[in-house]
Design a protein around this ligand. Structure first.
Ligand code: IVH
Length: 674
C-alpha cells in the first residue's frame, strides 16, 4: 500500500487522544497542582505521540505537546506593541501606607469596606500572552510598558503555559502574568552552568529573565521556568470581579498562584502580608511582597490610574533580602589550620533585617567564580537566618580601576608563605606554629599525649598563655617558670609546679614524636614514625627533597610536598633551633620493630568510600603501623572491608563473599584496641 493514502484513521485518532491526555495531565499538574499520573507515565505518552508524529508529520498540530522543544535560533527579538500598556504598581513599605491606600479607596468609592484580592508579588519577569481562538499566538515581554519583545518561541517551551486553552475561551484573550524560576530549579541550573564552566546567575529572577531572552529557544526549553497568571488585558467573556476572573482563567487552563486570596478590609490585607512574610523563605518561588487589588472591576474602572499605575492596586513590599553596597575590600582571615578565608568588607547595608558589614567569600575560587573585585558594587543577600552572602558584582557599576583579587602570597597574620595545593580550594599559611592565628590550636596539638605529652596543659591554659603573650612558639613553653604559671587564672602553686615538671620531662623526646608534634599537614603519628625511621636524624629529613621524601613508606606526593614546604619555611626551622636551645633533645629513631607490637600482623584490610575522621591514606598508614596489610581488592583472604561514605563496588564484593564489614566507628575501635 502506498503512503499517499495518508495516516491510518486509528493512528490519527490515537494521536489526538494522546494530545488530549497530555494536555489534561499538564493542566492537572500546573493548574490544579494535583497530578494523577507519575512523570514517567507522562513521558511515556509523550514518546508515543512523538513516534506517531515522526512517521506521519501531517498529524502534527502546532499546539501538540511535542511542539514545545524550541525553534531555530533567532537573530534578535522582534518588537511588539502592547494593545493595552503593561503598567507598574505603586509600592508601599509600611502598614501606614497600606492604611492610606485603603482610606483613599473607601473615600473615593464612598464605601465602608472594600473587597480585595491579595496575591503574592512574584519576583520574576512580566509577560503578556495573547490567545486567538484559544491558541497561543504571541508572548511578549513588558519592555518599556508600551512595546516589548516577541518571545513566543521561547515561551512555547514552558510547560505551564498552555499552547491551547480548555473550554470555550473568547476569540481574543490576552492574559498577563509572571515567568519565574523556583529556588531549587535555580540552584540546579547554577550547578549545571558551573560544572560547564559557564557564568552562573545571581538570583532566580535574573535566571528567569536570562533564560527567557535566549535567542536559541532550545536553551530556554532546558531551563526550569514556570508561568503564573495574575490578570487579563481583555474583558470579553470575563466576569466582573478580579477573583471570578482568575477563577475563569484557571478553568481555561491558565495557572493561578495557589496563595491568591479574596479578602475584605485593610486588616485582612495586613494579615495576609504578615502571613506570607513569615512563610516567604519556604515558598518555592521567591516573592518580594504581596499585591492588593480592588476586587470589583467596576470599582477598578471608577478608581482609574495615576501616572503609570492603577489607583486600585498596591504592591506591599517585603524588606529586601538583597541590597547593593560597595565592596570596600577583601581581607583574609587565618583559621586554626592555617586555612585562609577571604572575607568581604562591605559598606554597611541594611538587608534581611540586619546591618551587614562583612560576609565570607569562602575561598579564592569562589572569589574568582563570582568575579567580585575590591571597589565593586555588589549584591548582598541575607535571607531568613542564613549568613549574609555576596551574590555577585553589578557589572554596570564596576569602577574602571577595579582589579581582580587574588590570594596574598604571604600570610597576613605572620608573613609566612601561602601554599595552595592543587585540587584543593583552600589556601593555607605555611607559618605553622609561628602564625599567631594558628598558634593556640597548634600548641594544643604540640602538647597532646601522642606528641610531646605534656600533662596539665589544657585548652584554657593555652588560651591564656597565648593571649598574655607568654607563649609565642612551642619553645617558649620551656621558659615558663612556676611563678608565671601560678599567676594565671585557675592555677594554684601546686598545679603550676606539676606543670613545670611535666614540661621539663618532655625535653627528652623520640624524633618521631617531635615530628608528629610539629603539626606538619598530613603527617600523622604513623607517618612521623616512618619518617624518623627512614632518615634517622632531623638534619637528614630536613635535607631531603620531595623525591627522597616520597621514597619513605606510605609517604605520597602530597604529604611529601607538605613536609618540604614546612621545612622550607624559615620560621619553622627557627622554632626547631629555639627548641634545641631550650634544651629539648630528640633522640634518633626507635629501633625498627619498636615495642614489637604488631597486633594486626597477618590480617588484610580493604578501604572503600570516604572516611570522615581521617583520610584513607592515613587509615592505611595506621593499619600498616599495626602490622596489617592494606590492599585494593576484596578476596576471600580479606579480613575486613572498611566502609566510609558512598562506598564503591568493594562493599558489594565483601557482602557476596561474606567478609566482615566495618564502618568508621568500627575502624576507630579496631585501631584503639590494637
Ligand atoms: S499586577 C496594572 N500582580 O510586579 C497592574 N503584578 O510593578 C499590573 N508582579 O513587573 C501588575 N506579581 O509583573 C501584578 N500578582 C501580581 C504580580 C505582579 C508580580 C509584577 C509585574 C510587574 C510588577 C508591577
Amino acid at each position: 500500500m502506498g503512503r499517499s493514502a495518508g495516516p491510518p484513521a486509528e493512528l490519527a485518532e490515537r494521536a489526538q487522544a494522546l494530545r488530549e491526555a497530555l494536555q489534561e495531565h499538564n493542566y492537572r499538574y500546573y493548574v490544579l497542582e494535583d497530578p494523577t499520573v507519575p512523570d514517567a507515565e507522562y513521558d511515556r505518552l509523550l514518546r508515543e505521540l512523538e513516534r506517531i508524529e515522526q512517521e506521519w508529520p501531517e498529524l502534527i498540530s502546532d499546539d501538540s505537546p511535542t511542539q514545545r522543544v524550541g525553534a531555530a535560533p533567532a537573530e534578535g527579538f522582534e518588537t511588539v506593541e502592547h494593545a493595552v500598556p503593561m503598567l507598574s504598581l505603586a509600592n508601599a513599605f509600611s502598614e501606614q501606607e497600606v492604611r492610606e491606600f485603603d482610606r483613599r479607596i473607601r473615600d473615593q468609592l464612598d464605601l465602608a469596606t472594600i473587597d480585595y484580592v491579595a496575591e503574592p508579588k512574584l519576583d520574576g519577569v512580566a509577560i503578556a500572552l495573547r490567545y486567538e481562538s484559544g491558541r497561543l499566538v504571541l508572548a511578549a515581554t513588558r519592555g518599556d510598558g508600551y512595546t516589548g519583545e516577541n518571545v513566543t518561541s521561547n515561551v512555547r517551551t514552558i510547560d505551564s503555559v498552555p499552547l491551547s486553552l480548555r473550554g470555550k475561551p473568547p476569540d481574543l484573550l490576552e492574559v498577563r502574568g509572571e515567568i519565574c524560576m523556583s529556588r531549587s530549579g535555580f540552584a540546579d541550573l547554577n550547578r549545571r552552568l558551573a560544572a560547564a564552566d559557564q557564568k552562573t546567575f545571581v538570583n532566580p529572577r535574573n535566571a528567569a529573565s536570562g533564560s527567557l531572552r535566549q535567542l536559541d529557544s532550545k536553551i530556554t526549553a532546558q531551563r526550569p521556568l514556570r508561568f503564573f497568571c495574575y490578570g487579563s488585558a481583555t474583558s470579553e467573556a470575563l466576569p466582573d470581579s478580579h477573583a471570578a476572573m482568575l477563577k475563569q482563567l484557571r478553568e481555561w487552563g491558565l495557572p493561578i498562584h495557589p496563595e491568591v486570596r479574596r479578602v475584605s478590609g485593610v486588616e485582612d490585607l495586613l494579615a495576609y502580608h504578615a502571613d506570607l512574610l513569615v512563610r516567604r523563605d519556604e515558598m518555592d518561588f521567591e516573592i518580594d511582597g504581596v499585591v492588593y487589588k480592588v476586587d470589583d472591576l467596576d470599582q477598578q474602572r471608577e478608581m482609574g490610574f495615576v501616572s503609570r499605575a492603577p489607583r486600585w492596586a498596591l504592591a506591599h513590599k517585603f524588606p529586601a533580602e538583597e541590597e547593593m553596597t560597595r565592596l570596600i575590600d577583601i581581607e583574609v582571615q587565618v583559621g586554626r589550620t592555617g586555612a585562609l578565608t577571604p572575607v568581604a568588607r562591605l559598606a554597611p547595608v541594611f538587608v534581611g533585617g540586619v546591618t551587614v558589614t562583612n560576609a565570607t567569600l569562602h575561598n579564592a575560587d569562589e572569589v574568582r567564580r563570582k568575579d567580585v573585585r575590591p571597589g565593586d558594587m555588589v549584591i548582598v543577600r541575607r535571607a531568613g537566618d542564613v549568613i549574609p552572602e555576596v551574590v555577585g558584582p553589578v557589572l554596570d557599576k564596576r569602577p574602571d580601576d577595579a582589579r581582580p583579587w587574588s590570594m596574598p602570597e604571604s600570610c597576613p597574620a605572620c608573613g609566612s608563605a601561602v601554599a595552595r595545593v592543587e585540587d584543593e580550594a583552600v589556601a593555607r599559611c605555611t607559618g605553622g606554629l609561628v602564625c599567631p592565628a594558628q598558634r593556640k590550636r597548634a600548641l594544643e596539638h604540640f602538647v597532646s599525649r601522642k606528641a610531646m605529652d605534656i600533662d596539665g596543659l589544657g585548652t584554657r591554659l593555652i588560651e591564656q598563655l597565648v593571649e598574655a603573650d607568654l607563649v609565642h612558639s612551642p619553645a617558649d613553653l620551656y621558659r615558663l617558670d612556676g611563678d608565671t604559671l601560678a599567676s594565671l587564672e585557675r592555677m594554684g602553686e601546686k598545679s603550676a609546679s606539676n606543670l613545670v615538671q611535666a614540661i621539663a620531662r618532655s625535653r627528652q623526646v623520640p624524633l618521631a614524636r617531635l615530628l608528629f608534634a610539629l603539626g606538619i599537614r598530613e603527617v600523622g603519628e604513623v607517618s612521623a614514625r616512618n619518617l624518623a625511621r627512614h632518615f634517622g636524624t632531623l638534619d637528614k629529613l630536613i635535607a631531603a627533597d620531595v623525591g627522597a621524601l616520597e621514597a619513605v613508606r606510605d609517604v605520597g606526593p602530597i604529604m611529601a610536598r607538605h613536609i618540604r614546604a614546612f621545612f622550607d619555611e624559615p620560621h619553622n626551622r627557627q622554632v626547631l633551633t629555639a627548641l634545641a636551645e631550650a634544651g629539648v633533645r630528640w633522640q634518633e629513631a626507635e629501633p625498627e620493630n619498636e615495642g614489637g607490637s604488631q597486633p594486626l600482623a597477618g590480617q588484610t584490610f580493604v578501604l572503600t568510600g570516604s572516611l570522615e575522621q581521617m583520610t584513607r591514606s592515613e587509615a592505611k598508614t595506621r593499619l600498616e603501623g599495626l602490622g596489617a596489610r592494606v590492599t585494593g581488592s576484596v578476596s576471600k583472604n580479606t579480613t575486613a572491608v572498611i566502609v566510609g561514605d558512598s562506598p564503591g563496588s568493594k562493599l558489594d564484593k565483601a557482602k557476596e563473599l561474606g567478609i566482615t564489614v566495618l564502618d568508621e566507628d568500627g575502624l576507630a575501635s579496631l585501631l584503639e584496641s590494637s
